[in-house]
Design a protein around this ligand. Structure first.
Ligand code: PLP
Length: 470
């Protein structure tokens, strides 16, 4: 008989691993954020010896040591979170049970948990009962999925030759007598839109010229006048707004954009991968005022709800367009009786990890309070950094932060700013990122670790100053 490996050695390794992980996270502040190594040094560590025989615990410890330490309070880098432990614990269970949630009969319990989580998120977004959605691998997949639903809507308008917006409150839905929709689907998005919008368009066969980038205002929000002018020039398949843009965390004015959407009878997708979670905080919710008016939205619990990778969600206000986009003939999996429960009938994936379980477990155990306090804490810390930068003579703020992303710059040239970031992260003292904003190299911070405190922010700035002085 083939040995399954589920033996007492594995149980012991599992226990040791959990202890080692908790020790690692608890002791993290005493380490460097990363021990910088070259790709060759790292490759040498991981070379496979297929005769086996390695000490599993030693390998796992080595992996922990050599990771970028997202749990470190001085990690203020990319939009990848140090996940809540409930999510990590759920991950072990999700992997062990390995339920695939695309087809009802393959995981009834995984299916209903995903449906429950998606419904809960849709309610929080202010979406009606007719909305549908699925868990996806993240914001990129959510944006592609939503744009496919937008195209199903667009195609149906073309076929009928009239405005076919589904009649609902909040939507200007009157069938109109305007000429049939032209055949090239155009997307209007912000100049600061995440690259996954252009990539989704290219996957969908939309010409790059038909992804029109709309300029942003001085706070990096979609410029409404420029958007209105662009809409007057052409009929579009979809407008893409952003709630929490990647570069600066800017929130577009969704209510105003939804009004333009109504006037021009098109689709509004909101890439709220980063920012949708603020709906849970009474204090931060005004940032996404009008989110409920969007036709679709992307929401990543693996960003600002501190879930481990990968967990994104796509929501479509009128779920019929999501279903229409993914109609498939697969009698070996799908049948009419279970159509409404087969999540695979409205998503790209077929093998589909039951990731919604981690958010479900966290909410069931703790409710929304840990999310709200963590979000408000990182927002306050970002503001603290902004104030320190504004009060300084050697740094300048590039914008006023709305949430937890902030770009600033040493008052020197681009090359110095790039080098400051490089020296900081190689030193292991803190981790920040860098980007180009309106042609200038800037330093960029995402406050995403609820353990980061003001002292960590002060130390990060002091380290940058020390490097600048040499
Ligand atoms: C605004 C926005 N949209 C989409 C994405 C892509 O999300 P994911 O990395 O989960 O695919 C990001 C990621 O940083 C983002 O900031």
């Amino acid at each position: 008989m083939v040995k399954t490996l589920y033996d007492s050695d594995m149980r012991a390794l599992a226990h040791q691993t959990v202890d080692a992980l908790f020790d690692h996270v608890e002791g993290i502040a005493g380490r460097r954020v990363v021990d910088w190594q070259t790709p060759d040094e790292l490759r040498a560590r991981v070379r496979i010896d297929d005769r086996g025989g390695a000490d599993g615990m030693a390998l796992l410890r080595d992996l922990m040591e050599n990771a970028i330490q997202l749990h470190h309070p001085a990690y203020m880098g990319h939009q990848v979170c140090p996940p809540f432990p409930t999510s990590v614990i759920a991950d072990l269970v999700i992997s062990t049970l390995n339920q695939s949630t695309a087809v009802w009969e393959m995981s009834p319990i995984g299916t209903v948990i995903e449906q429950e989580v998606v419904r809960w998120l849709a309610d929080r977004a202010g979406y009606p009962a007719t909305s549908l959605g699925t868990a996806v691998s993240g914001g990129s997949a959510a944006n592609l999925t939503a744009l496919l639903a937008a195209r199903a809507h667009w195609n149906s308008k073309r076929e009928s030759g009239v405005g076919s917006r589904v009649s609902e409150k909040n939507h200007a839905s009157t069938p109109d007598s305007r000429p049939p929709t032209p055949s090239r689907p155009v997307i209007l998005c912000s100049a600061d839109a995440h690259y996954s919008i252009a990539r989704a368009a290219s996957i969908m066969g939309i010409a790059s010229d038909d992804v029109v980038k709309v300029a942003t205002d001085d706070q990096h929000r979609l410029d409404l006048d420029v958007l209105a002018a662009a809409l007057r020039e052409r009929k579009v398949m979809a407008i893409v707004a952003t709630s929490g843009s990647t570069a600066t965390g800017a929130f577009d004015d969704l209510r105003a954009i939804a009004a333009l959407r109504d006037r021009h009878d098109t689709w509004l997708h909101v890439d709220a991968a980063h920012g949708a979670s603020v709906v849970l905080s009474e204090r931060l919710r005004p940032l996404v005022d009008g989110l409920d008016l969007a036709d679709s939205l992307a929401w990543d619990p693996h960003k600002m709800l501190w879930m481990s990778l990968a967990m994104g969600v796509v929501l479509v206000r009128d779920g019929r367009w999501l279903r229409r986009a993914f109609e498939a003939d697969a009698p070996y999996l799908f049948n009419a009786e279970r159509a409404s429960d087969n999540i695979g009938e409205m998503t790209i994936q077929c093998s589909k990890r039951a990731d919604a379980i981690k958010l479900w477990l966290t909410l069931q155990m703790f409710g929304t309070q840990p999310f709200v306090s963590a979000m408000e804490h990182v927002t306050d810390l970002t503001r603290y950094l902004y104030d320190a930068v504004v009060a300084s003579s050697d740094f300048e703020a590039m914008h006023v932060p709305d949430f937890n992303i902030f770009c600033f710059r040493h008052r020197s040239d681009d090359a110095t700013n790039a080098e400051l970031r490089e020296r900081l992260i190689r030193s292991g003292q803190a981790w920040i990122t860098s980007t180009v904003l309106k042609g200038q190299r800037v330093l960029r911070v995402t406050m995403i670790n609820p353990r980061t405190e003001r002292g960590d922010v002060d130390r990060m700035l002091a380290a940058l100053r020390r490097f600048a002085a040499t």
